[in-house]
Design a protein around this ligand. Structure first.
Ligand SMILES: [Zn+2]
Length: 245
């Protein structure tokens, strides 16, 4: 392989690694957001369970007050009954007392229903809280793991950058400049093999003269379709050169 092309392949190898590390790093905040979203759904469920229980408990309290008010009224009526001398008044108060008693029994039936409902809500709240707390721990762990991954990737990135610089410094300036432009324009594939007269970048057949040029390995040759730098691909051309990295 032409030494210049071989050097560029090494540079490209580092550049591709750098790209993939960059992508992984860019994904971390998104992953973190996904993880936190999971917890926010659990937090919402917990808040809802709390509100539901509160609502039932308030309803029970209201019923208790309603019952209490009627009991007071009954007690007052009983005192008045005791004090009155008029039969008609006594009878009327008796009817009122019965009405209050009937209302109390109705309210107490409702109260029992609501207390059963409260019991259900209390259980639901317990479950929601347990789920939230469990996930809170696992979310914290996942976030921590992401933090460690980020540190590792940043250090990998630094190392790759240094290695890339070292390889790039061995390449002639104009050639490196052209390579850089190609690498950016061609989605991270600037130097590609020529296999059976086909450019492995654009998958088009190149002309005979290009084939001859590439095979000769006398100067840097480009694909006339996509402009990528070509090297003569053999079974061990990549293996042999990549083995050094
Ligand atoms: Zn091409």
């Amino acid at each position: 392989m032409l030494p210049e092309v071989e050097k560029l392949l090494r540079v490209q190898h580092h550049d591709q690694k750098l790209n993939s590390i960059k992508k992984e790093l860019a994904d971390i905040p998104l992953e973190e957001e996904d993880i936190r979203d999971k917890l926010s759904a659990d937090r919402k469920a917990l808040e809802e369970a709390k509100t539901n229980l509160q609502r039932v408990e308030v309803a029970v309290k209201t019923l208790e007050i309603d019952v209490e008010t009627r009991r007071d009224s009954i007690n007052k009526l009983k005192v008045q009954q005791f004090e009155t001398k008029k039969n008609e008044e006594f009878r009327r108060m008796g009817i009122e007392i019965e009405r209050y008693e009937a209302e109390i029994s109705e309210l107490e039936d409702k109260e029992i229903e609501l207390m059963e409902e409260a019991e259900k809500q209390r259980k639901a709240l317990q479950e929601a809280r347990a789920k939230f707390e469990e996930n809170e721990v696992s979310v914290e762990e996942e976030i921590e793991d992401l933090g460690s991954l980020k540190i590792k990737l940043e250090s990998d990135y630094e190392k790759e950058t240094a290695d890339r610089q070292e390889q790039a410094s061995a390449v002639e300036e104009d050639l490196l400049y052209g390579y850089d432009r190609l690498f950016k324009a061609k989605a991270g594939m600037a130097v590609v093999g020529l296999v059976d007269e086909v450019c492995q970048g654009c998958h088009m057949k190149v002309t005979k003269s290009t084939v001859v040029e590439v095979k000769a390995e006398k100067k840097v040759a480009n694909c006339e379709n996509c402009g990528r730098i070509l090297y003569w691909w053999t079974d061990d051309s990549v293996g042999k050169n990549m083995g050094d990295y």
